[in-house]
Design a binder for this molecule. Structure first.
Ligand code: 13P
Length: 250
């Protein structure tokens, strides 16, 4: 269990527009006074400039959804860690299952992306998680440990500076949520793996993600090794996102 405040991160994925973003952020910021947890919004990179100004002087940190594994160069369409830092990005998701699945990101590529972020002072939110077939085959621990091991190996003593997100693939966008016990079980495995790698493992926030919503957030967040949430769909509705931020403030 970490001693610091819970961390609640919205992942907008490929949703939003200039007008929708402004409206959503205005609704959320209007009631942030009642929120005590830490929070961040990971937005599509084209909106980083807009969001940097909307979130400046607010308690919500700015996050990106991906970063290039390359530092700079002829990589059309890619966005580097230095570019993210130009927009005061504090967090960057790496290795989301949608990137692993649709963009063939390997454990090694994810580990290098985490390294790129750390090198410029951005906290990588490293996503791990098993598919339904892997869970049914009893491979959950094996898979998440393999995914995290690559990041630990590539990042050495910096590993205490990352955030980990356990996102079971079968729970993402499906309405199926891991039970609080299922989540805690995997989070404890990840914590033990971090403890073996660093004396500061208790500093690492381990977030749960996968159909987290206003109704189930509190029970998930009550688990000793669930330090926050990574929230997709429910972060796009101000009322839902706020009620989860409040649940994390208790
Ligand atoms: P949902 O909350 O929409 O299931 O998405 C979870 C997720 O993938 C967050 O990164």
């Amino acid at each position: 269990m970490t001693m610091s405040a819970k961390l609640m991160v919205g992942n907008w994925k490929m949703h939003g527009s200039l007008s929708a973003n402004a409206a959503l952020v205005a609704d959320v910021l209007a009631v942030m006074g009642q929120v005590q947890c830490r929070s961040a919004l990971c937005v599509p990179s084209v909106y980083l400039g807009q969001m940097q100004s909307l979130l400046s002087c607010s308690p919500i940190a700015l996050g990106a959804q991906d970063v290039s594994s390359h530092a700079s160069g002829a990589y059309t369409g890619e966005v580097s860690a230095d570019m993210l830092r130009d927009f005061a990005v504090r967090y960057c998701i790496v290795g989301h299952s949608e990137r692993r699945q649709y963009h063939s990101e390997t454990d090694i590529v994810v580990a290098i992306k985490a390294q790129r972020a750390l090198a410029v002072g951005i906290t990588p939110i490293v996503c791990v998680g098993e598919s339904l077939a892997e869970r049914e085959a009893g491979q959950t621990e094996l898979v998440v440990k393999r995914q995290l091991a690559a990041v630990i190996q590539a990042n050495g003593h910096c590993i205490s500076e990352i955030v980990v997100a356990y996102e079971p693939v079968w729970a993402i966008g499906t309405g199926l949520t891991a039970s609080p016990q299922q989540a805690q079980q995997v989070h404890a495995v990840l914590r033990a793996q971090l403890r073996a790698a660093t004396a500061h493992a208790d500093r690492v926030a381990i977030l749960y993600g996968g159909s987290m919503n206003a109704a189930n957030a509190q029970d998930l967040l009550a688990q000793p090794d669930v330090d926050g949430g990574l929230i997709g769909g429910a972060s796009l509705k101000a009322v839902d996102f706020l009620s989860m931020l409040k649940a994390a403030s208790r």
